[in-house]
Structure formats: C-alpha cells, structure tokens
Ligand binder design. Structure first.
Ligand SMILES: O=C(CO)[C@@H](O)[C@H](O)COP(=O)(O)O
Length: 224
C-alpha cells in the first residue's frame, strides 16, 4: 500500500448538520474529501454519546468514498462484525479500551476491513509498538476524545514526529491519522500526517465545505 500524496482529508460528521446528514456527506465527497470519518461514542469510554451502527449504514448508502469509523467505546471487540457489516472500510478502536487489542486487530482483518489503533494524548506511543506491523492505520488523538470543537494539544506535534519514526521503522505502509482541533491554523503543526480528520473546520465555518477542505489542503502543503 502506498501512502497518500497529497494528504487525505477525512471530514468528521460529528460536526455535520444531522438534519441533512446525507446532503452533507455528498457535499463533502464532491468537495474533495477522501474518507468520511464517523465517531462512535458510548458514554463510557468517553463522556459523550454520538452515533452507532445504523448511522454508519445510512452514511454507507450515500457515500462512494471509504468510511473511516473511529470507535470510542469499551469492549470494542463485541461490535467489530456489526461495524464492518455496516460498511466500515477502516475500523479503528482505542488501545486503552480493551486488553485484547491484538485479537481485535486480527478480527478486523479477518472480517475484511482495515484495522486501525487509536491512542489518547496521555498514552505512551510504545503501546503501538508490538501492533504496528499489523495495522493499516495509527490514529493519534490531538485532543482528548469525546467532543468536537476542542483545541489542538500542542505537544501532539512532537508525538507525531516520534510516531512517524516508529512507523517508518516498523511498518512504512501504515497510515498516520491525526484527529482533533485540526484547523487551517493548526494544520501547519501536523506535518507528515497522512490523514487529517477535521470536523468543525469543515462543517461549521462560514464558507462552503469544498472551500474548507481546499484551505486545509493548501495550508497543510505549506508545511512541506
Ligand atoms: O474523535 C473526535 C473527538 O473525539 C474527533 O473526530 C472530532 O470529531 C474532531 O472534531 P474537531 O476537533 O475537528 O471539531
């Protein structure tokens, strides 16, 4: 697998207008999105409840681009088959959410999806080390998970640098995704990420979704 050039943009529908979800997904897709990012929250792993399997299924019906499903739930292993069946292309769970991360990664692959592992801002990168060779995606949280519209944590830039070095050594094909507080301003601080997840800065600004995606891409390109 080759890494995306230019960077992939994954609009997070958590910030979309839910009364027009289908339209907003189509608009993101036509506006240049590469993936649709879907945040699943259970009110236990994170202090918020968002959407689940039926919403992923509904998005799948309108999206022609891959779905990037981010599980922020405890015991993710219980629901892997449901989310793959609902249409997840990339299926990512949190390292902090299960003692059986290796088994869950294997299971996602057996089910025919691409496994991703996410790390909270306080979790050492070494958690990823043993599993990196088996992953398609490593998700570095750049805010504490649970809510859209938070501020980018500045220490994330150094963590990203270290994660890149680890990825280059252990599995150069694994994509690195950054998620949380990614705006036209902070995007300059995540140089080297392969996928940018952005909610508020794609769906909530005054300009169109297409213009917002374009601005993120252009500003990211300035990072070299
Ligand atoms: O996983 C999460 C939050 O837990 C993110 O995907 C947010 O949805 C990103 O939103 P913004 O910070 O871009 O508004």
């Amino acid at each position: 697998m080759s890494r995306p050039t230019p960077v992939w943009i994954a609009p997070s529908v958590l910030a979309a207008d839910f009364t027009r979800l289908g339209e907003q997904v189509r608009e993101a897709q036509e506006g240049g999105a590469d993936l649709i990012h879907v945040d699943v929250m259970d009110g236990r792993f994170v202090p918020n409840i968002s959407m689940g399997i039926v919403v992923v299924e509904a998005i799948r019906r309108v999206a022609q681009i891959p779905l990037d499903v981010h599980l922020m739930i405890v015991e993710p292993e219980k629901y892997l088959a449901d989310f793959v069946q609902a249409g997840a292309t990339y299926l990512t769970f949190h390292a902090e959410a299960t003692p059986h991360a290796h088994r869950a990664v294997q299971r996602i692959r057996e089910l025919g999806a691409k496994p991703g592992l996410a790390l909270n801002p306080a979790t050492p990168l070494s958690f990823l080390e043993t599993l990196l060779p088996d992953l398609d995606l490593a998700l570095l949280m750049t805010v504490n998970p649970g809510f859209g519209g938070q501020k980018f944590i500045p220490g994330s830039t150094q963590r990203l640098r270290e994660l890149r070095a680890l990825r280059d050594r252990l599995n150069p094909a694994c994509l690195i995704e950054v998620d949380g507080g990614i705006t036209p301003q902070t995007v300059t601080q995540v140089s080297g990420a392969d996928i940018l997840v952005a909610g508020s800065s794609v769906f909530n600004l005054h300009s169109s979704i297409q213009e917002n995606i374009k601005t993120l891409r252009e500003n990211y390109a300035l990072t070299g």
